[in-house]
Write a protein that binds this ligand. Structure first.
Ligand code: HEC
Ligand code: HEC
Length: 301
C-alpha cells in the first residue's frame, strides 16, 4: 500500500471508530477533501440541471453565475484580467471540503472584514474576488466591478442558491478550514523560497508546469500560479499563510493533505516570491490596522 492510501485507510478507520460513539452526522453536501479523478468533475448541486429553477428571471442569473464561476475568463471577460477562474481555488464549483467551500456561507454576510476595516456584504466580497483574485484591475481601472455589476449579481445569485436551506447566521462547520494551525506557522523571514522551489519541482510541475503557467490535463487546466495571467498581489492567495492553507488541504490535486504544514508554507513562500500583477489600491487596505506579517507584497511601494 502506498503511504497516501495507507493514511486514507487509517483516517477512515479512525472516523469509523468515532462514528460508533457519536450520533450519525448529517450527510455533508460537499465532495470529500480526499478526492480522486472520479470525483474531480462532480458537482453535487448544479443549477444548470436543476428542474426546480423554472422562473427564468431568477433561474437564468443563477445558472449564468455558475457558468461564470467555473469559466470566469470566458464568461466574465469584462471583469477578468488573467487566466484564473473562481473554480481554480474553490474546487468543484465551491462544493469541495477543505478547498475553500462556499456552500451555506451566504447567511454569514454582512460580516466584518479586516482588510476593508468595515462590514462587507456578499456582493462586496464578490467584487473583491474579481478585483484581486481575478485581477480585474489588470484590465485598467476605468471600468471596475461594483456591487451592481451584472456578473457580480449573477455570481452572488449562484452562491445564495448554494446557501438555500442553511440557517442565516449559523457558521457552516466546513467554513474557514483552509488554514495552517497557529502553532505550526513558521515566521515568514525563516521560510526558504529555495526549499519551496525544490518541493514545487517534485510535487507540482507535472500539472502546473516548470513556468507555473499550468498544463492542460484533459478538460482541466491548473491556473497560472504567478506572472501576468495570475491573481494580483492584493489577493488573499498572495499572502503566504493563506496560500499555504489552500495548498495544504487541496493540493496536490490527486493526493490533497499529503504535504506537511512546513512543506505547504515553503512552497507558498516560493510562489509568493514570484512576480505577479500589481493591485493598484493596496494603500487603501488595512487602514488603521496592522498589515498582516504574511502579506509579503504590501509595503513595497
Ligand atoms: C487565487 C485563488 C482564488 C480565486 C481565483 C478566487 N478565490 Fe475566493 N477566496 C480565496 C481565498 C484564499 C479566500 C479566503 C479569504 C481570504 O483570505 O481572502 C476566498 C474567499 C471567498 C469568499 C468568502 C468565503 C467565506 O466563507 O466567507 C467568497 C464568497 C469567494 N471567495 C468567492 C469567489 C468568487 C466568486 C471568485 C471568482 C470571481 C473567487 N472567489 C475566486 C481564493 C480565491
Ligand atoms: C495532478 C495535477 C496537479 C498537481 C500535481 C498539483 N496541482 Fe494544483 N491544481 C491542479 C488543477 C487541475 C487545479 C485547478 C482546479 C480546478 O479548476 O478544478 C489546481 C489549482 C491549484 C491552485 C489554485 C490556483 C490556480 O491557479 O489554479 C494552487 C494554488 C495550486 N493548484 C497549487 C499547487 C501546488 C503548490 C502543487 C504542488 C504541491 C500542486 N498544485 C500540485 C492540478 C494539480
Amino acid at each position: 500500500m502506498k503511504p497516501v492510501s495507507a493514511a486514507i485507510a487509517a483516517a477512515a478507520l479512525v472516523a469509523g471508530a468515532a462514528g460508533c460513539a457519536r450520533p450519525p452526522t448529517p450527510k455533508s453536501p460537499l465532495i470529500p477533501a480526499a478526492t480522486t479523478m472520479v470525483t474531480a468533475w462532480q458537482i453535487p448541486q448544479d443549477p444548470t440541471t436543476d428542474p426546480a429553477l423554472t422562473d427564468p428571471k431568477l433561474g437564468d442569473p443563477i445558472k449564468w453565475g455558475y457558468r461564470i464561476f467555473v469559466d470566469t475568463p470566458r464568461e466574465a471577460p469584462r471583469l477578468t484580467g488573467g487566466g484564473v477562474a473562481c473554480v481554480n481555488c474553490h474546487l468543484n464549483a465551491g462544493q469541495r471540503e477543505r478547498a475553500l467551500p462556499l456552500v451555506g456561507i451566504t447567511g454569514m454576510f454582512p460580516e466584518y472584514n479586516n482588510r476593508a476595516a468595515r462590514l462587507i456584504s456578499l456582493q462586496d466580497r464578490v467584487v473583491d474576488c474579481f478585483l484581486r483574485s481575478e485581477n480585474a484591475t489588470g484590465r485598467g481601472t476605468e471600468e471596475l466591478p461594483s456591487t451592481g455589476s451584472k456578473e457580480v449579481l449573477a455570481v452572488s445569485a449562484y452562491l445564495t442558491w448554494l446557501g438555500r436551506g442553511h440557517a442565516v447566521g449559523e457558521n457552516p462547520v466546513w467554513r474557514n478550514k483552509n488554514a495552517i494551525a497557529a502553532d505550526q506557522l513558521i515566521p515568514v523571514a525563516t521560510l526558504d523560497a529555495g526549499a519551496g522551489e525544490a518541493i514545487y519541482k517534485e510535487r507540482c510541475t507535472s500539472c502546473h508546469g516548470a513556468d507555473g503557467q499550468g498544463v492542460q490535463i484533459g478538460d482541466k487546466k491548473a491556473g497560472p500560479l504567478w506572472g501576468d495571467a495570475s491573481w494580483n498581489d492584493g489577493a488573499g492567495a498572495s499572502r503566504v499563510y493563506t496560500l499555504a492553507g489552500i495548498i495544504r488541504y487541496s493540493m496536490p490535486y490527486l493526493s490533497p493533505g499529503s504535504l506537511t504544514d512546513e512543506e505547504a508554507q515553503q512552497v507558498a513562500r516560493f510562489i509568493t516570491s514570484k512576480p505577479r500583477p500589481r493591485y493598484p489600491f493596496k494603500a487603501q487596505d488595512y487602514v488603521g490596522g496592522k498589515i498582516p506579517v504574511d502579506a509579503v507584497y504590501y509595503g513595497r511601494e
